[in-house]
Design a protein around this ligand. Structure first.
Ligand code: MG
Length: 282
């Protein structure tokens, strides 16, 4: 075989591989997909459906996922609802009497800090909007100058989904407490898998994926679940929530629908920034 034949064969071989790739990668407009097979793959119920023999039978082109710009709203996903961006406190109200959120807004630093005016009733703030299943992003910072406080009194706050399932916020740097009430715990239910907290006075983030419980009348037929990442590290792995977080006694078995997201005022000057939420399918 001469030199030109070798080159010609190499070019032809490359063309054939490309043609084959194209055949296997592109949609086949003439092939009709079977919705029954699609449903079986999505639900795991394969009963009565013979195993597909052609690769095209298990390849689907609809529905096409929504295109989301991950940084479309000043660094926030384009399909997110912004709950706090540092410009105002409009998304939040006092849980006790629905009055405006009294917390301190720092527009320059783009933060809000827990604050209770003298004589004011109530402690917590909640979103005006109610949510079901969500992906929630929130950043928080423990106050630097409270070293004299210990245990649950140091930098305590919390973010509660459906206003009752609390992921604890606490300054546990050189500060011991019960582990199912420490930073990153689901309060009095689940200790975090690890503790990836940054030093006191620096910013932490929580990314929470929450699915609410399902009720049939008064009966709970599915527990709520929560997955939490702190500073990008997994700390709660699809934990099945036992009930509403209680300080004393068993978790409460509340029957509820969509409720607000709650931030706790536990008497510490914890600050927050960059809070946004994406609504998920139940
Ligand atoms: Mg708390």
């Amino acid at each position: 075989m001469n030199r030109f034949s070798v080159i010609a064969l190499a070019v032809l071989g490359s063309y054939c591989v490309q043609a084959q790739d194209k055949k296997h990668n592109g949609p086949d407009k003439d092939f009709v997909t079977d919705k029954k097979i699609q449903k079986a793959l999505e639900t795991g119920n394969f009963e009565g459906i013979p195993s597909p023999k052609d690769h095209r039978e298990t390849e689907f082109y609809e529905p096409v996922p929504l295109k989301v710009d991950p940084y479309g709203q000043n660094g926030v996903p384009s399909d997110a609802i912004v709950l706090f961006d540092g410009s105002n406190l409009d998304a939040w109200i006092n849980q006790d009497d629905n009055s405006p959120c009294p917390w301190k807004l720092d527009k320059k630093e783009k933060t809000m800090t827990i604050f209770k005016p003298k004589g004011q009733k109530g402690d917590n703030v909640v979103t005006k909007q109610k949510f079901g299943a969500v992906q929630l992003h929130i950043e928080w910072r423990s106050p630097a100058a409270i070293k004299e406080r210990t245990g649950q009194a140091r930098g305590n706050s919390g973010v509660a989904l459906d206003a009752r399932y609390e992921v604890q916020i606490l300054d546990n740097n050189d500060n011991e407490t019960y582990v199912n009430g420490m930073v990153g715990s689901i309060y009095k239910q689940a200790a975090p898998l690890v503790n990836p907290t940054v030093p006191t006075g620096e910013w932490n983030s929580y990314d929470i994926i929450y699915h609410p419980p399902v009720f049939k009348g008064e009966k709970r037929i599915k527990q709520a679940t929560m997955t939490v990442l702190q500073n990008g590290v997994l700390i709660q792995d699809h934990f099945a929530i036992q009930g509403a977080c209680a300080y004393v006694g068993w978790p409460r078995q509340d029957v509820h629908g969509k409720e607000p997201i709650r931030l706790q005022d536990h008497g510490s000057d914890v600050s927050f920034r960059n809070i946004w939420v994406r609504e998920l399918k139940e």
